[in-house]
Design a protein around this ligand. Structure first.
Ligand code: UDP
Length: 192
């Protein structure tokens, strides 16, 4: 299920396999942390032990970079497809809509998460978007309270990497959501 590249774990599951595993965990009230792995993060992790530890603590390190797929092929590994952060997010939104689960959008400049919400609602009319919060609120208590009151099943965190991953690991035990995915600049892309 996991392969290791220069000390960094990478998950060898497809979108479908990750999705069914994640929703199974939601049903069992288990928490999950998804991080996208690309060559840049693997290179940074070579000299940054904290970052390496953080990446390896995630439950799903998705192979978001063609370099990792190639390395797996050369090594006779089992990584079959590229799983990008943004496509993983869209896949989870589609599945959440189907299964009646809710999402929350946290991060990006003021207004962007709201715009992304509008776009996602167009694409997934029945998706329950429990709330949004921009990524420049300095008072962490306000952020935590907003998220917990919205009580979503899945939260997408768009604070840039590795800030979002450090944020997730620091807070996931105390927050309501079950699934935590760091999505970088995805809200900027989705908002149009
Ligand atoms: N961001 C944020 N709060 C911050 C710093 C950054 O919400 O304190 C947001 C920023 O507005 C952007 C995203 O984080 O939407 C970072 O996007 P980028 O493409 O730089 O991230 P990467 O995918 O490279 O990690």
């Amino acid at each position: 299920m996991k392969e290791n590249y220069l000390g960094v774990d990478v998950c060898s599951l497809t979108y479908d396999e990750i999705t069914s595993s994640l929703f199974h965990k939601i049903e069992n009230s288990q928490k999950s942390f998804i991080v996208a792995i690309n060559p840049e993060k693997i290179m940074k992790a070579q000299t940054d032990e904290n970052l390496r530890g953080l990446l390896n603590k995630a439950d799903y390190q998705i192979p978001d970079g063609i370099g990792v797929i190639l390395a797996s092929k050369i090594r006779g590994g089992n990584i079959r497809e590229r799983v990008t952060g943004i496509d993983m997010m869209i896949t989870l939104c589609r599945e959440a809509e189907k299964r009646g689960k809710s999402i929350f959008l946290y991060g990006a400049k003021p207004g962007i998460a709201d715009q992304a919400k509008i776009q996602l609602e167009k694409q997934f009319p029945k998706l329950h978007i429990a709330g949004t919060m921009h990524g420049y609120e300095k008072d962490e208590e306000v952020v935590k309270k907003t998220i917990n009151e919205a009580n979503p099943d899945i939260i997408f965190v768009a604070l840039g990497s590795p800030t979002q991953e450090y944020w997730i690991i620091r807070h996931m035990d105390k927050l309501a959501p079950k699934v935590y995915q760091g999505v970088g600049g995805s809200f900027d892309v989705i908002s149009g």
